[in-house]
Design a protein around this ligand. Sequence first.
Ligand SMILES: Cc1cc2nc3c(=O)[nH]c(=O)nc-3n(C[C@H](O)[C@H](O)[C@H](O)COP(=O)(O)OP(=O)(O)OC[C@H]3O[C@@H](n4cnc5c(N)ncnc54)[C@H](O)[C@@H]3O)c2cc1C
Length: 377
Amino acid sequence: MSGVIESQENKDLRAAVAALGARHGRGFDRAALWSEAAKLGYLGVNLPEAYGGGGGGMAELSIVLEELGSAGCPLLMMVVSPAICGTVIARFGTEEQKRAWLPGLADGTLTMAFGITEPDAGSNSHRITTTARRDGDGWILNGRKVFISGVDIADATLIVGRTEDARTGSLKPCLFIVPRDTPGFQRSRIDMELHAAEKQFELVLDDVRLPAESLVGDEDAGLLQLFAGLNPERIMTAAFAIGMGRYALAKAVDYATTRQVWKLPIGGHQAIAHPLAQAHIELELARLMMQKAAALYDAGDDIGAGEAANMAKYAAAEACVKAVDQAVHTLGGNGLTREYGLASLITAARVARIAPVSREMILNYVSHQSLGLPKSY
Ligand SMILES: Cc1cc2nc3c(=O)[nH]c(=O)nc-3n(C[C@H](O)[C@H](O)[C@H](O)COP(=O)(O)OP(=O)(O)OC[C@H]3O[C@@H](n4cnc5c(N)ncnc54)[C@H](O)[C@@H]3O)c2cc1C
């Protein structure tokens, strides 16, 4: 990879994280890897130095997640804790919120989950109904969320709610930090067909009382603040998918090089080699778009980053699904054994196609925003 695309410093970061990933590998202990990565400064690499972070951006944080994923040990909570929550607090939080959360998010002693999805709104987040109303100096939240990752291991969840505009009566999005043990904040685990250390939860917020300082940022600029967190989420989901695709591809290449059924290794048959070459090309292309999105985001171009982050997430998810599918096929029967551990990635790879924004919603966005076609949603 040329220095034009990635600085020497970031190449060194990539190599160092790859070495950490290789030490932990597929059978990794999530909590142990989380704290080791944090101690080495990798989890907070995007957060401001003044609050214990590395002073880098999404370019660096996405490298960390991609390399851990390609070693078989992705940390899903990186997508939400430092990338969404850390970014939103660093950019829009009060001095007190920054001091309370950023050093802990950076050194791994604190984790924050992120909750926007609701059962009745789904992909249409304009329809979310979790509502915050003023209660003296503070707030009372009511609503429901679904598929929220890692609520059990997170010290708090950044909840996207709405406040009522006193003048117009319309609901404006806004963000609240809800500590895990707040009365009325109930979670129940969703039984997912995923082999992952992080679990998903349905949340019920039943008259959750919060102090005034739980509101992050400005009540009137909620949407802008929300998008500041959603672009990093898409960039990090791309990193997650590219890492997983690379992991599966490497297993397939290794197998195709050694497995011999006729006169030559199966990788000598173009029917096996070409799809693997295509998977490699598509993962590389997706990474290039991810790097573009990260570069735009880190340069402060939120609008430009929005389009690129959507495209990167789309490309990475598609490349990952294809790479995993081809990897499983390359191993024949072994592709479905527990010993080789690839079959469970078929389900895991689909996550990036659905979350945090589905393939179809990205196609809707690109049709309308990039191509100027009529809005269909
Ligand atoms: C493993 C996992 C972890 C997650 N973690 C979190 C988390 O931490 N926090 C959080 O807030 N959320 C999380 N989510 C939720 C995720 O963001 C949502 O599942 C996703 O946004 C899709 O919403 P939905 O499941 O309600 O699907 P729906 O919106 O019901 O969509 C179902 C299908 O219909 C299609 N569709 C919908 N509308 C249109 C349209 N207008 N045009 C074309 N097609 C359309 C979609 O593309 C999709 O294929 C997670 C999900 C998963 C699977």
